[in-house]
Design a protein around this ligand. Structure first.
Ligand code: ZN
Length: 141
């Protein structure tokens, strides 16, 4: 085992006023998205305006956590020195049941098990007391 991660801190998300509801929900192991109160479109990543109709009337709602793999790649070299011991890992874009796509990791399986179109479900990784990541795992048959 190499010690390339020694002294290198993992990069962490820094919630903004806009994204704080997303991170607060993730901390409680729930996936929340914005939804437009005018047209019903779900919006991710957090924004001030609806991506469909432009309305500024967005509310936060709980999402199902169900998604499918839209596309993915396998990182065989770490994308950051702090991830050196995680390789190989799956970087994916999943399409949420509610519509938006989210960049994430598919975890809990071999990268060889991942295919485009596979059903996945949200899972959460607690980094510390403030930040939990929204990741996805394959749906067990
Ligand atoms: Zn709208």
């Amino acid at each position: 085992m190499t010690d390339t991660t020694k002294g290198i801190e993992r990069p962490k998300p820094r919630p903004s006023d806009l994204s704080k509801p997303f991170w607060d929900a993730a901390k409680n192991h729930e996936l929340h998205l914005q939804r437009c109160t005018k047209c019903g479109t779900h919006v991710f990543y957090p924004r001030f305006n609806c991506t469909n109709c432009g309305s500024r009337d967005l509310e936060w709602v709980r999402a199902s956590g169900r998604a499918t793999v839209y596309t993915y790649t396998v990182a065989r070299r770490p994308t950051h020195a702090a991830f050196a011991e995680k390789v190989p890992y799956v970087i994916a874009i999943v399409e949420l049941e509610e519509g938006p796509r989210m960049t994430t990791n598919v975890v809990g399986c071999s990268p060889d098990d991942v295919r485009i179109g596979m059903p996945v479900q949200a899972t959460f990784e607690d980094l510390d007391d403030e930040i939990s990541l929204v990741l996805f795992e394959l749906v067990k048959e």
